[in-house]
Design a binder for this molecule. Structure first.
Ligand code: G6Q
Length: 549
């Protein structure tokens, strides 16, 4: 057994789980009129209600003890102090510096990074302003009307999600597109209908070597030069956000048009850096800074609030409780907010790339479950798709529900209908429906002697753990706070599981094999040894392409 599962805190939780599992959550509500108050927190306009989880006061006490025993407080300090907590890559982890609105010095190897952060923010402000005002012109003297962010993974999902979430605040005359996929269809579909004279490409790549991004950027450059005819046009239509100046220059982008960030910014934590340039152009730099402010306030909360009142810590601990002690499978996130429909996908990367690990920080295999599979869908769409499993399936999947009290589009009473659904689902999941209720309902519907098969199929077990967030309206500041809650939740869990949440070695093997297979597809000649399935697939694809193209 590992140190974690052997610890007295872990063992105490395991024992406590056996006891509390016997008491349904609806019973816990009935026994404690203060339950909502006891298990909810407020942060600015955000209410976090976690009372529908299968917990009582002993659970939170024991979970907090586990957090202390695993050194969460010390690890938070290490992150804020710029220590190289990404131990496999020997890097600091400082997305908190990108949104450090207090401007308090944050040092990496003795050097305050805030100077560079502020310079880059000022450069972003200037650039966003000149594009928005129309002062920045394309090669033929026309204003920019379309911005295309080229990037993938962390250089795509974050800015795309934020741009989408804050659509009500974006300028309709500057449209923004996101191209990420190696599939050329992504780029070709986007370019169709765009005018090279009025299109600006933002090439976002920390490494500037990512094949998808460089290939898409090459295609975009070719498309521009076909019309512009002169290479000088590139400097009017291409900017780069990267840590790799040499590669940016080599691609042909003017270093003046490069926005810098640093190796202590992880890809999936980079939307707060220059990678967020598409956000700043669409929303204006003031709103981008509101986003940073919302996250910064959470950073202060995370660092300074006792764990039993600390929202990201509680989120992390509840996840551990459900995952490791109730053996739950996966975690669903359901924003009842159409503009957040990319949020679950963003969280998928944030959480799964960070905590999808099976070796601990000392290189030992873990003997406990780590990061869950994350998925989700904007409400109410999910209700008509996978909620069946959440209510009655054999797998327990905890859920987060998010909603705004006020919609950006208050059309008649439609938001109330959405809110009613938002409130009903968590209640149904927690409460369930027992046999007696089912029979009463069937009797009331006129069925005198209901069939037992029908009765059984209508029973809901309940006890499905879930948490809810309610906020006033989805503003830039609120969104910044929500994202930061989830970032620090992931950090909390990674720390307790003793894994490095900041590398992503698991994405490398597929990349290596793709590099080996590419020449084989080109020549039709197998160079590397493959299993018989892969070899046959290569041969078949080569043959089909030779006949079809
Ligand atoms: C994120 C990952 C990954 C990364 C992409 C793009 O944390 O590291 O998703 O963002 O692979 O990498 P580049 O920004 O270097 O192109």
């Amino acid at each position: 057994m590992s140190k974690l599962t052997e610890s007295k805190e872990w063992q105490a939780l395991a024992k406590h789980q056996k006891e509390i599992a016997k008491r349904p959550v609806r019973q816990l509500f009935a026994d404690d009129p203060q339950r909502f108050k006891r298990f909810s927190c407020r942060f600015n306009d955000i209410l976090f209600d976690y009372s529908k989880n299968h917990i009582d006061s002993t659970t939170t006490e024991l979970l907090v003890k586990l957090a202390h025993a695993t050194g969460l407080g010390e690890e938070i300090e290490a992150m804020y102090n710029g220590e190289p907590i990404n131990n496999t890559e020997n890097r600091a982890v400082l997305h908190i510096a990108l949104r450090n609105r207090s401007n308090r010095p944050i040092k990496v190897n003795g050097r305050d990074v805030m100077h560079d952060v502020n310079l880059e923010l000022a450069k972003m402000r200037h650039f966003a302003d000149v594009v928005r005002s129309g002062e920045w012109r394309g090669y033929s003297g026309k204003k920019i009307t379309n911005v295309v962010n080229i990037g993938i993974g962390g250089s795509d999902l974050g800015p795309k999600m934020v741009r989408h979430a804050l659509k009500p605040y974006t300028r309709p005359d500057i449209r923004c597109h996101f191209v990420s996929n190696m599939d050329p269809t992504d780029m070709m579909n986007t370019l169709r209908g765009l005018n090279p004279e009025t299109t600006l490409f933002l090439v976002a790549s920390k490494s500037f070597t990512t094949p998808e991004t460089i290939t898409n950027a090459e295609t975009a450059k070719e498309w521009l030069l076909k019309t512009a005819q002169e290479r000088r046009a590139v400097s009017k239509h291409f900017v780069a956000m990267s840590t790799n100046l040499a590669a940016v220059k080599q691609f042909g982008i003017d270093p003046e048009n490069m926005f810098e960030f640093w190796d202590w910014v992880g890809g999936r934590y980079s939307l707060w850096s220059a990678v967020g340039l598409s956000i700043a152009i669409g929303l204006g730099m003031d709103r981008f800074e509101e986003l940073l402010e919302g996250a910064h306030e959470v950073d202060e909360h995370f660092r300074n609030t006792p764990f039993d009142q600390n929202i990201p810590v509680l989120m992390g601990l509840l996840g551990i409780w459900n995952n490791n002690f109730f053996d739950s499978h996966g975690h669903a996130v359901m924003p009842y907010d159409q503009n957040l429909d990319i949020f679950p996908r963003f969280l998928q990367q944030l959480d799964m790339e960070s905590n999808g690990k099976s070796v601990d920080k000392n290189g030992n295999p873990v003997d406990y479950a780590t990061g869950p599979i994350i998925w989700g869908e904007a409400g109410t769409n999910g209700q008509h798709a996978f909620f069946q499993l959440l209510h009655q399936g054999t797998q327990l999947a905890p859920c987060d529900f998010l909603v705004a009290a006020v919609n950006h589009n208050e059309v008649h009473s439609r938001h109330e209908k959405l809110l009613a659904n938002f409130l009903a689902q968590p209640e149904a999941m927690m409460r369930g429906k027992d046999r007696e209720q089912v029979i009463d309902e069937l009797h009331a519907s006129g069925m005198k002697d209901p069939d037992e098969i029908l009765v059984q199929s209508k029973i809901f077990p309940g006890n499905r753990p879930n948490s809810t967030f309610v906020y006033d309206k989805l503003t830039a500041k609120t969104l910044g706070s929500l994202i930061a809650f989830y970032e620090h939740k992931v950090f909390t869990q990674g720390t307790i599981w003793n894994i490095n949440s900041f590398d992503q070695m698991g994405v490398e093997l597929g990349k290596q094999l793709a590099n080996a297979i590419l020449p084989e597809l080109k020549n039709g000649e197998i160079i590397h040894p493959h299993d018989s399935s892969t070899q046959a697939l290569i041969e078949e694809i080569v043959e089909r392409r030779q006949t079809l193209i």
